[in-house]
Design a protein. Structure first.
Length: 304
């Protein structure tokens, strides 16, 4: 799928022009890939990297364009079962055109970062800025999910919620790798700012990107470390909850078995004391109740 955009009064808006300055290819088919490779001279391996979710961020200079591969979070859906995934996006910057290639139909130009765009270089930098904030937004969602799972684990006696936490921890590993990879890309962009022809304002934006990305990485790292360090404690809580339940069931079974034993002794088909006594039923019932009371007193003494 191909969508086209142009910059009008500082904003990126959809366009119907044939030679639009910004073209977005979403999950390109064979014909679109052929156009990108043969007409725009985009390296086939670089194009494949833009569609590969496992590819690292990088910067490459070609004779007529610059290729920027960066990482960004993918949209979360319920079928992912708390696994937050990351994807790759390719920005191919020509002299008068910006070509973007992505595997999924993700919003690219949403957010306040795109309220004022002057150049295509700035558009690429703002895409990186938006990616950082997208990671931060997902980290907030992960924090809320973690808090909810923790409250459920305090009452749980099964491993379902623990497995959900393991999935979140795995997601954070993916995020840490992607954010760190983007950080290396931003540093490389800063080092090659003269070659890219970046203006003073765009270089200042790069400095902001470095700071924001470092903060995002540290926040992800802290959250990952906390989640990992407390995992054993949460597993112990689940085990302890199960032990408490088994203890309660054993006490209930003991309370039932003792009076049952008393009654069963007097129910044998052999001569037994009191079988001719007119109050034998009530006496046996009283002994059963006394045995229950004895179990309760012993339980309180030993703090069962």
């Amino acid at each position: 799928m191909v969508t086209k955009f142009e910059i009008i009064q500082g904003r990126i808006t959809p366009s119907e022009q044939e030679q639009s300055p910004i073209i977005v290819f979403t999950n390109p088919d064979d014909n679109e890939k052929k156009y990108l490779i043969e007409e725009l001279k985009i390296d086939e391996h670089t194009l494949a990297s833009a569609l590969d979710p496992d590819e690292l961020s990088r910067l490459e200079f070609e004779p007529d364009h610059t290729a920027v591969i960066f990482k960004r979070p993918r949209n979360y859906s319920a079928k992912d079962k708390l696994l937050f995934k990351v994807g790759s996006c390719g920005a191919f910057l020509f002299k008068n055109r910006l070509v973007l290639v992505q595997m999924e139909d993700l919003p690219l130009f949403d957010g306040k970062q795109f309220l004022s765009i002057q150049t295509l270089n700035e558009a690429v930098l703002k895409l990186l800025y938006r990616s950082i904030f997208h990671f931060l937004e997902h980290l907030k969602v992960m924090t809320m999910i973690t808090d909810e799972l923790e409250s459920k684990i305090n009452r749980a006696m099964e491993n379902k919620y623990l497995l959900n936490l393991f999935t979140l921890e795995k997601s954070l590993v993916y995020y840490l790798n992607s954010i760190n990879s983007n950080g290396g890309l931003i540093e490389k962009l800063k080092n090659n700012s003269a070659k890219l022809g970046l203006s003073t304002a765009e270089i200042e934006l790069l400095d902001d990107l470095i700071i924001e990305n470092n903060q995002c990485y540290r926040q992800s790292e802290i959250h990952s470390n906390i989640l990992a360090s407390l995992m054993d404690a949460r597993a112990s809580i689940v085990g302890n909850n199960l032990n408490v339940l088994m203890k309660t069931l054993n006490i209930v079974m003991l309370g039932i078995m003792v009076p049952t034993f008393v009654v069963s002794v007097f129910s044998m088909n052999v001569p037994i004391p009191l079988q001719e006594h007119e109050f034998s039923f009530w006496m046996i019932l009283g002994l059963a109740l006394i045995s229950v009371a004895g179990i309760i007193i012993i339980g309180r003494k030993f703090k069962w």
